[in-house]
Design a protein around this ligand. Sequence first.
Ligand code: 4AD
Ligand code: MG
Length: 434
Amino acid sequence: MWDNFIRIKEVSKRVGQDVEIHGWVYRERKTKNFAFIVVRDSSSIVQCVLDKNSFPQEKWITIKKYADIEASVFVRGKVIKQEKAPTGYEIQVSDIEIIGKSPMFPITKDLSRDFIDDVRHLWIRSRKMTSVLKVRCTVFQAIREYFLSEGFYETQSPIIQSTQCEGGSTLFEVKYFDKKMYLAQTWQLHAEAVIFALEKAFCIAPSFRAEKSKTSRHLAEYWHAEMEAAWEDFEDLQNRAEALIKHIVKKVLEKNEEDLRILGRDISKLKPVLEKPFVRMTYDKALETLKKKFDMKVPWGKDLRTIEEEKLVSLFDVPIIVTHYPKEIKAFYMKEDPNNPKVVLGFDLLAPEGNGELIGASERETDLEKLKKRLIDQGEEPEQYGFYLDTRKYGSVPHSGFGLGIERVVKWLCNLEHIKDAIAFPRTMARYYP
Ligand code: 4AD
Ligand code: MG
């Protein structure tokens, strides 16, 4: 009878006792008289040693034949301390049962990145991906905690939408009966209507961008945490973005230290993010800094490129909030700065260590005529945005909001080379299976 399983993480607390675990064979090595199998479950791994003399002959043959990589197993045995074992403990096995065989598990060492992406459904069993998925879970939870504790309501908006919000070039078209519609780039336009009911709202939902660029920061489908708040201004918004990031980092350091260690993440680099205020600088100041420190000349009015953002963040060990971008390079809804109509009250929050923009944010333009003009300037028809423009007609209020790319945050926290490893089943231009 097998009825008393413990999680492998608990093994260290049971030295000298008999325990039962269930999991999958993570590594195996068999000699004539011994089998060494490392078993993993979602919590950890443990080395199990099987001595031929402890098993009837037939059972030993089964073990040798079927205890393959990724076979699922029940194991019973005594826990001992064993310095040489990967986690410092070992189970001396008295009984084992193979539950699901795994002949020739396709993932072995030194496989190409392409192949690993093809067998993503199997690769997520790796320690790396298991750790990333745990960090990701904490990030989602921390975002909810932050907003709920600040009095925000969680709300949802349609994924199938009739207009763009972040520029037409990254829209995915959907055939919607006999009409053309689009997958959501953001919840924002609907959120700006919702705050008239709830005042403070947030969501966590997928957003879609038909990004033709193959960078290590772009997904075609990503998870987007967004907030919108009535009565809050540009300054409030910067404080919120900083508080949210700090809360996420705090929770991940509390809950996932072991996972970050498995991922080889240098945790000391995350500590300043908790302890110090974030850097805040205007776009103008950013250009000046790039010129002075790196002799990089960015013409005023051009967006910062990856290389420029990377240089800028290399100067600090905390995120940078870059504010007051030129109007032309930002979305139509960003509020014009009353002190300088050439720039907007918008910001990008850039991660340290060259991980790019984590948050895009702005106070919203409330002037109906300015909004219409910005839409027209960007080649849009204001009539298409009727419901949105109504928010400026009936009891308009100052309000602000931002969007945070969850995979960007996970990539940064886990120090991943590519954003596709921040999600179990990534969607990029080149990758849509499995
Ligand atoms: O800067 P973006 O485009 O802003 C918006 O969508 C606003 N409507 C948000 C708002 O104010 N409610 O996107 C917000 C964030 C970016 O900072 C980035 O972290 C992430 O979404 N993001 C992507 N993440 C992965 N892949 C992509 N293709 C992304 N595009 C944006
Ligand atoms: Mg942006």
